[in-house]
Write a protein that binds this ligand. Sequence first.
Ligand code: GLA
Length: 375
Amino acid sequence: MAPRSLTARRATWSAPGRVNLIGEHTDYNDGLALPFAIPMCTTVHGVARDDAIVRVSSTGRDPIEFGTSTTPGEVFGWGAYVAGVVWAMSTAGHRVPGADLQITSEVPVGAGLSSSAALECAVTLALADLAALDLAAGEIVTIARRAENDFVGAPTGALDQTASMYGRAGHVVCFDARAMSCEAVPCDPEAEGLMLLVIDTGVGHRHAGGEYAQRRAGCADAAAQLGVRSLRALDVESLDRHLARLDVRHRPLVRHVVTENERVRRTVEHLRARRLREVGPLLTESHVSLRDDFAVSIPELDTAVDTALHAGALGARLTGGGFGGSVIALVPRERMDDVVQGVRVEYADRGFATPSFMPVAPSAGAGATSDPTRR
Ligand code: GLA
């Protein structure tokens, strides 16, 4: 990604959140996923400083300040995502300038829409621009992910940062975590009279928490038991044979990952043939697998999925890591009101938190934001 100016003293960059259409808990198993960038972005306006201090301000939060030689364990909370980028850039051998960073974000926090990846990518882009570094998108993904994994301490894969960097309007990103490659696949719900609806359960999710790490470790154990480098080495045809060799505890995890990769492949086929409608049942199958086999759902997510389907959605599933966050539903335009109303009423009846609804279209990935004051 080329910086806009080699002498930038100011830089304004935006990076979007993401929804994962399908392909959940596959990225850290060298698998396949189909995320897309959403229209909501995080924007970082950076001004270079002449010292080695990074000062960060964001509406509604206390400003924070740290040195450009910050190391893990020195900054906590939301500032750790920013400090993590500074640290990851430095450890990759880049000189990071002191800077004042002003952050604004439209990506809801805790909704499973990757507000953290949006922040990391936007900060990396702004700092790279200020330092006149010409970083490739793949390198930015690596820096942003290192910030999250090794500074913040959340053991995630590269799905979220990849979607934020490689998103393209009217397309989903077919992400192959083994090859670390991306391909844009057309996805135009409107052309088929459909909508993609995010239903935010209002229950915050946590990745640094133990459950995500446990699932990840379980998958790694299963791969080791089977003598393969990762679960990507397994296919659906030979799944039963592999499952029989595993202890009972690991079987559901492996079944989910292997069948989920297959669902991604089938989704790509439908999308290429402009048959988005046919993707609906695959979304629902994915949810059932995440609920029953991978065990990362919660009643609020299940209720949103079941109610959306009952009210006319063609398919629905939890999106992101699970344990809270959001559902993505594929809904015929004329059934949108029924779905929204249905979920609202069901949540109220069950005494759940108030859900929010966001229709989303696959949107552009990270990029420079025009700023007339830039030199
Ligand atoms: C979170 C992580 C991703 C991915 C998903 C589950 O969003 O950040 O890397 O593992 O969960 O698919």
